[in-house]
Ligand binder design. Structure first.
Ligand code: GDP
Ligand code: MN
Ligand code: MN
Ligand code: MN
Length: 255
């Protein structure tokens, strides 16, 4: 049967999130969830609930961070805090670009600028670090909800295109992708490569409703999204071996 389409709506009246808060309980109090709803939660509030607010003073800069900050200052002509560079390095397992900005791989495999450390919507601290293990965060939130599927989102930039958009940094209760390979298009041609990153597409839809500023809507429900009859895959973050753009970056240098 043709899909009826889906709806995307914010959870109303959520408070400022603190480490005392149980996000699942706050959401359950405000929405009657259905089992197949996808609950998309901005990483900002997951981080707040997990106590991931930090101060620059928590990251005394070592020699590597001072070197990284100095390089950034030369590249941008702007003042760069070595403590911030230290925070980024501590949250990262790899530095893909050092100038004119820090492009890093986080400890959980997500490649993003500044290890996803956020300086907007952070009360009582300078920095908000991403959740340590967003998949586990998603599973924990899902266990407290009547809905099975949870996606933890963040707003990220991307190469090649201007503008930022929502992506998934963690997920539970759903595969990350649906695999169309082996299925057929309208001409009967077999699809050879298409693996659709549905958690990113759900995150983008949710982020569109969540907004970026003072809106106060960090949790968004996607209702009536049907995964359909397809194989699933949990591969989202590429391994270095299969990531040719990342390999090309290794031979490239700013300046
Ligand atoms: P990020 O994309 O995960 O970095 O999150 P943003 O900082 O862009 O915030 C996404 C949405 O959540 C915006 O509508 C913010 O106003 C809202 N938001 C951020 N923190 C809180 C909070 O503690 N409580 C509530 N109710 N909304 C928040
Ligand atoms: Mn933010
Ligand atoms: Mn963010
Ligand atoms: Mn955002």
């Amino acid at each position: 049967a043709p899909s009826e389409g889906m709806t995307v709506f914010p959870v109303p009246d959520l408070p400022e999130i603190t480490p005392e808060d149980d996000i699942a309980a706050l959401v359950s109090d405000r929405v009657d969830l259905r089992p197949d709803d996808v609950v998309c939660v901005a990483s900002t509030v997951v981080s707040k609930a997990e106590g991931r607010v930090a101060d620059l003073e928590d990251f005394p800069a070592g020699p590597r961070a001072r070197e990284v900050a100095a390089r950034l200052e030369r590249a941008t002509g702007e003042e760069k805090d070595p403590q911030f560079a230290q925070a980024v390095l501590e949250e990262s397992t790899d530095l893909l670009m050092e100038a004119p900005f820090l492009l890093t791989e986080t400890r959980f495999g997500h490649v993003t600028v500044n290890a996803g450390i956020d300086r907007s919507n952070v009360p009582g601290g300078d920095l908000l670090l991403l959740p340590r293990r967003p998949d586990e965060s998603a599973a924990r939130i899902a266990s407290g909800l009547d809905a099975e599927r949870v996606v933890v989102t963040d707003t990220c930039g991307r190469p090649f295109r201007h503008g930022q958009r929502g992506v998934a940094v963690g997920w539970a209760g759903t595969p990350a992708a649906r695999d169309w390979r082996g299925e057929h298009d309208r001409e009967g041609r077999e699809l050879g490569v298409t693996v659709q990153a549905i958690v990113d597409e759900l995150a983008a839809a949710a982020n569109l409703v969540a907004g970026e500023g003072a809106g106060g809507t960090p949790v968004v429900v996607v209702r009536d999204f049907e995964f359909g009859d397809h194989d699933g895959s949990d591969a989202l973050f590429r391994d270095v071996e299969g990531d040719f753009v990342r390999q090309a970056l290794r031979g490239w240098s700013f300046e």
